[in-house]
Design a protein. Sequence first.
Lengths: 485, 336
Amino acid sequence: MLFNSYEFIFFFLPITFFIYFYLNKKHWTQASKVFLVLSSLFFYAWWNVNYLPLILLSMFINYGIGRELSGFTTMFKRYAPKVLLSIGIIFNLALLGYFKYSDFFIINLNRVFHAEIVLWNLALPLAISFYTFQQIAYLVDSYRKETKEYDFLNYAVFVTFFPQLIAGPIVHHADMMPQFSNLKNKIKNYHNIALGLFIFSLGLFKKVIIADTFAVWATQGFDVAEKLNMLEAWVTSLSYTFQLYFDFSGYTDMAIGIALLFNIKIPMNFFSPYKATSIQDFWRRWHITLSRFLKDYIYIPLGGNRKGEVRTYTNLFTTFVLGGIWHGAGWTFVFWGILHGLALVAHRLWRKLGFKMHSLLAWFITFNFINIAWIFFRAVNFESALKVLKGMFFGDVIIPTLVSKYFEGMKEFGWTLGNWSKLYMSESYLLWWFIATFMVILFLPNSMQLKNKFKTNIFFMGLTILFFLSIFMLYRKSEFIYFNF
Amino acid sequence: MNLYILIFKERLDLKTTHYLKILFSMFTVIGIFSMGYVVYFSMHYPLPVSNYISLDAKIKFIRENIDVDKVDTLIVGSSLGLNNINGEVLDKTSIKASSVLNISVYGSAALEVEMLLELTDAFPNLKRIIYSAQYSDFPHEWYYENYDSEMLIKYMRDELNPIEHFLVMFRACNNLFFCFKRQSEWRNNHMMKNKFTYLGFDSTGSVPLHIYGEDIIGHRWRGAQPNIQNPKSFEAVDRMSKRAQKKGIKFYLIQGPYRGPLVEKHQFVRDALTHFAKRNAAIMKKNDGAFLSLHTLLHLDDKYFADRTHLNDLGSMVAAKAVGKFIDKTENIQGK
């Protein structure tokens, strides 16, 4: 079930909301939790019921091992905690590896050894990357004795809670589980409902109106066109850059908004990432919960910055390559991770050497680096990525009609004026979209800033209604990009 | 925005419960308005029940005008089915075809026509299917998206129960802006018979084009389509004709005429026409269907064409007469 679907907005969400609070009103708090878990599992199984046993199995095993590691049970006391932790992590990674990376592994084996091993063509279980990471974090913290004694029901709500189940944010047990136990959260909070509806509508607008518009243009350039001229290539890459941001942050806003209806605060995941003036700044603003996970559970355990300069750079680089692989089983994702790893290393070196740069230039470089790196993230293969890159830097120069009168003199240098693309509709329409979107990402407050400023007044009510009108454009209904990861 | 909130802070702040009451009232008003609009829209314009305006329009047309239990002859295809065979003339010419319905959809490739034929279950007395096509319909491996033939059949036959009917209307609401757009463009784009997007059906659902002189589009008139014929299209024809055979329905594949000067000029067009005819004739022979090349039979003059493959209303009448005679001959009946 998609957040941007009628089934969800008009049936699933209101029914779940009312029954959940009805049960709580009757002081059947345990029943309300059971109901929330079952609703979440229903939500999850809506796509494919076959995925259900897998998430249940993963949940049971991780909970069992976690409790053992915390010392709350002693069924496996003959095993050293380190061994148990290793078993738990291996189990999670094996699950992820089997479903997500087996074909990638076989393809590469075939390539290297000229073998002909048949691909397994396994369907990727929805949300596996997200719930696996969340549970690895739980195991590690249990090993560190940093978890409290949670009952299974709270744990099950933590893993399956439907707003964050499919595509994050990657929530941390320490943030979430106390909220599920807090009795104050069992009572309807009208302010949270008003705020939740506002944030949800904002996310819906971002997804349906902005991301899905850019999606069409990005697909044209990446998947339809065989060759791109310079302008087409830039339109293609920028379209994807905007699509990805508004798609993913729109999803996150919807998740945050829905969770607020249930009085649960999900951590923020984005903070105007395209305003970043360095790559490090970008990763503090983009997919914040993933960055936190990578830092706490990969970078720091690898040694972080405590083992000298070279190790720091190696750790940084390794962390981001792994981050790339987490996103998808393909060399383009690995390459995307490498690019970001290298950029972070370069940035660290730059800072260490004490160099400075004007913030406008820093923004320009950062934004363009991110935009170019996204090409590898989006392209189905290197060939497709290179097609776009080649177009961006070496494509034919065609000046659009809107400004062609200023470039008459450039004809002698081989520039063409006028009809610049068969891929895209009216150039002024396109131009306005890009200008407006740049204004939004650079100058308007982001969802979290709006959330903090929210008041129950007519202004925010007007905005909520305006954004909510996006439900009348759901005919372009499409899945969220991060469902694939 | 800070300033805005500051200025209006006092005046515009509401108690949270009041805020929510007003907000939900507004949502209700919007919901009622949109449902009302969709009901109005469905009475005057084709409701978006598929992803194709001509299919939407056709479903509305059938729902409101056709006695589906009487239909014995279906014309299917792309625009070459919609424009090239005049259903009314066929109805009059042929003894066998006594109740003709044209369910062709603009732009349909062969694999999509196969999907379109899932609608045949709506016509219990169907005796024959006429697939009007040309090689230019065969390059694409296209499929209809979000195509629910079961629902379309029910909607077409007006057999949806009230809840299903409400859901169709309800779902159309998620196309509300699309509906506004469709309404605003309807007259100009789809009610002008000198345009290739014309959707003014005759009594059988055909769309005879009145495209002459300056309404003719130059590149469509002068340029021949490349000879690309996807084997999957022929496989679709094979499956369609086999299924029809199993149900005791006669399947006709009619190859449309092609503008003579282009055929004379380009060897590849001649090759394409021959290849298309040979492959389809063989399939028809195998599956007890019948093949007719109007191109070979009629050798139509340019005055009958709206472009290289589309006939104008004059041409569609000539084609329909020829098809009618062919049906009667094939089914061993003398023409009227």
